[in-house]
Design a protein around this ligand. Sequence first.
Ligand code: SAH
Ligand code: SF4
Length: 393
Amino acid sequence: MTAKAPITQDMLTIPRKDTAGGLPNLVGMTRVQMRDALIKAGTPEKQAKMRVGQIWQWIYHWGVRDFAVMTNLSKDYRAMLAEKFVVAVPEVVTKQVSDDGTRKYLVRIAGGHEVEVVYIPETDRGTLCISSQVGCTLTCTFCHTGTQKLVRNLTTAEIIGQVMVARDDLGEWPEQGAPKNEVRLLSNIVLMGMGEPLYNFENVRDAMKIAMDPDGIQLSRRRITLSTSGVVPEIARTASEIGCQLAVSFHATTDGVRDVLVPINKRWPIEKLLDALREYPKVSNSERITFEYVMLDGVNDSDADARRLIKLIDGIPAKINLIPFNEWPGSVYKRSSNNRIRAFADIIYKAGYASPIRTPRGEDIMAACGQLKSATERERKSRAQIAAETGTA
Ligand code: SAH
Ligand code: SF4
């Protein structure tokens, strides 16, 4: 793999106003942004808060996209909305269903880019794995997405839109007048798809705030897990500004090995990462941090690794999620044997930590962890191109 030139965050920032056909999209606006937009469109200031509440419920509680259906708004007001705004979500291009019930959606976003979204049904929950970027700037050597060049950050609308299109497909918007559905098909969100969510902090934060909003999709912050490769400065912000569950792609117990597997480790090595993680539960009031640990044959899977891991995380409320490596075309690593994974899990378990082994889901449709990669792979753009496209030129 060729080295990628670093891209700084400000080069990726795309305009917060999300447009489709030139009109601002109401999806993805925070309540404050929607209020401002409605006032700018002529809504009297005194009414604006109420109108936001009404529109918000239509979009995020009822799943309505057509202004004509928003019957508690006057006809004239609906006409004004239809003239000045859109309610737009990404387009689902293809849907594949795995033998095990996992669904993988390929969704198209502005600019013709595509990202993958995976729905994983389980007996007691249904988890949606969403993406935060098209591609990834980081180059973790075991990750398929890491071989794809970063194209751009997703907007807030594109992030929450993945949840909305999955709910469309699952038929999960409530029927008007029907009793509240207690069993949710889409009950959990994990930010474990394509991209590094903490390199797209504001958009991820605003989208998750929408997902948690009590007047809409209403998912508890305890049911949202953000996975990071270890962007240390943004971890404290995640605790205070999102407050969701945190997972960290740990994967190695020495800086030497982690530098290779998760190269961001060269910038923020294990000790610095652990310092940030120690603070996280206090600030976010969450219970445990999930340590993701991909099991790579002969690389990071020895008994000594397991023991070092226990030492390193001492004092951090933690669960260690062991992920059998999922192969992809061209990958250089091999999955550790089942016996090795079990022996590793056993050492951790005996030290008092939960150590579940993640069952690969949707492998037959390349939907398992680390297998996602946009079919529309693109060459790296020049900095000037990115700046021009993202309006930061
Ligand atoms: N960029 C974020 C979130 C996306 S990756 C992060 O790195 O945390 C989601 C999880 O899948 C991470 O723990 C990642 O390390 C893991 N993963 C990536 N490639 C994998 C593979 N080929 N097999 C198994 N897990 C993989
Ligand atoms: Fe990016 Fe996460 Fe893959 Fe690393 S593991 S390349 S951070 S998506």
